[in-house]
Write a protein that binds this ligand. Structure first.
Ligand SMILES: NC(=O)C1=CN([C@@H]2O[C@H](COP(=O)(O)OP(=O)(O)OC[C@H]3O[C@@H](n4cnc5c(N)ncnc54)[C@H](O)[C@@H]3O)[C@@H](O)[C@H]2O)C=CC1
Ligand SMILES: N[C@@H](CC=O)C(=O)O
Ligand code: NA
Length: 431
């Protein structure tokens, strides 16, 4: 790119995020030009259907249904990929890089599945690949990990990284909404993925956890390395059980460095209401980063939605444009540490278990014995009597996940246990 020449941008996909990118490119044109030092010009928008209703008016002549032809044009400097999914997004990004364009993408699914192929292509062709929007929407979290903390040793990343599930859990907790009703609202607000199963079953959060862990621990972590549980099995009883013990249910992504290995997991967990993550409402996200020298850092903001996500895309676009004008590239992949991935069974967690039992003498002792047999120590027990049965709510101390799940299986097989009504991990001490 010559110093006074416009930076020419192609946008792939004009849905929730793409339409807001197109809007901001138009509305902020003067400021973008001043910040980059050259005009930022939209030269094409690839869509699936020319006549589909859109949230933004795309200038005459810019729409095309041939995304491959658009990225293959020799006058495109940057391709913004906001189609999502694996294919054709991967083919289009690789074609763009091969053709000499830099790429800005929000596609966590692709980065978590096949990031190395994209990074290697960017390296090979000497182009930038930026993806701040892929994790926690508008929140600047990848750039801090990649750049600001590059001199520190990150040991843990913990957060709420999926807006849709946080929105649903929040509505279940505060408004008593049903799951389906809350999901529909999240979809209407543009938070959910094209297939909301990706949100609800934790795939989206797992992809983000893989990206966070790769950057934090300088090692390649893919979606398949992440232990994943979604929120489809979180019941109103779990939400109530959490309430009863002064806690709230959140879908957490937890990336930890254990000696030289990494442990990465996504699952619902109960956290105390006094914990900072408990106050993360609606589609907001929050990420805690712990590092040796800096200590604890917290990043908070809108984690989903077209406009917040477009903010992160535009930020990357400005960076890529500045790099291009300076004839340089930003930092590439840093995956020099080839770390093993710790199996979930070896990860240390705590469990909350609610059990319906016969209300008779010795029951509590038998339940305590079941925990002891698996070497799991109990932190608290609460008992509520009913007519002929009782509910015991046990919160364990930390043990391996394998010990804890074996304890639950043991309880399920006991004659005095009528039903295990709620099992959930517990995270975070009250702050
Ligand atoms: N919506 C959000 O809050 C966030 C979304 N993202 C990511 O941003 C990307 C886009 O997400 P959304 O805008 O929400 O999805 P969306 O489903 O609203 O938009 C995607 C658009 O791409 C179009 N498309 C599909 N195949 C195409 C093709 N071959 N050529 C041209 N257009 C095609 C679809 O018709 C649709 O309009 C995804 O990777 C998503 O994971 C990231 C952060 C937040
Ligand atoms: N579907 C995602 C969108 C942002 O990444 C979410 O709900 O967080
Ligand atoms: Na982000």
């Amino acid at each position: 790119m010559e110093s006074d020449k416009a930076l020419r941008v192609a946008v792939l996909g004009c849905g929730s995020v793409g339409s807001q990118v197109v809007r901001l490119l138009d509305e902020q044109a003067a400021d973008l030009e001043a910040r980059v030092g050259a005009p930022v010009e939209l030269v094409g928008v690839a869509v699936r259907r020319l006549d589909a209703p859109r949230e933004v008016e795309v200038p005459e002549g810019l729409l095309t249904t041939d995304a491959l032809a658009l990225v293959s044009r020799d006058d495109v400097d940057v391709v913004v990929e906001v189609i999502g999914g694996i294919e054709p997004a991967r083919t289009l990004i690789l074609a763009a890089l091969e053709n000499g364009a830099s790429v800005v993408t929000a596609n966590k699914a692709l980065l978590a599945e096949d990031g190395p192929t994209l990074f290697e292509a960017a390296e090979k062709h000497g182009r930038d690949l930026y993806y701040e929007a892929a994790v926690a929407g508008a929140i600047p979290i990848l750039r801090p990990l990649r750049e600001s903390l590059a001199g520190d040793k990150v040991t843990r990343v913990l957060g709420i990284v999926n807006g849709t599930t946080n929105f649903i859990l929040d509505k279940m907790d505060t408004a008593g909404s049903g799951f389906a009703e809350a999901l529909e609202e999240a979809q209407e607000l543009g938070y959910a993925e094209a297939d909301p199963t990706a949100d609800v079953e934790g795939f989206d959060a797992a992809a983000k956890a893989a990206i966070l862990a790769s950057l934090a621990f300088h090692s390649r972590v893919t979606a398949s390395d992440v232990h994943r549980e979604g929120i489809s099995e979180v019941t109103a009883a779990d939400v109530q059980s959490a309430k009863d013990m002064g806690a709230v249910v959140k879908l957490l992504a937890i990336c930890e460095l254990k000696d030289d290995a990494v442990a990465v997991r996504v699952h619902p967990a109960m956290i105390p209401r006094s914990h900072p993550l408990a106050s993360v409402r609606e589609a907001y996200n929050a990420v805690f980063v712990e590092s040796e020298a800096a200590g604890q850092l917290m990043f908070y903001g809108p984690g989903a939605g077209g406009s917040p996500t477009a903010s992160a895309v535009l930020g990357d676009l400005v960076t890529v444009a500045r790099n291009a004008r300076a004839g340089t590239r930003g930092v590439g992949e840093s995956a020099y540490a080839d770390r093993a991935v710790l199996p979930m069974g070896e990860t240390r967690t705590r469990y909350h278990v609610a059990i319906d039992v016969d209300d008779r003498a010795g029951v509590l002792a038998q339940v305590a014995l079941a925990f002891a047999e698996h070497d799991v120590s109990i932190q608290t027990v609460r008992q509520e009597g009913r007519d002929l049965d009782a509910q015991l709510v046990v919160v364990s101390h930390e043990a391996t996940d394998a010990q804890l799940s074996a304890t639950v299986e043991h309880l399920r097989g006991m004659e005095i246990v009528r039903e295990v009504t709620s099992v959930m991990r517990v995270e975070g001490e009250a702050e």
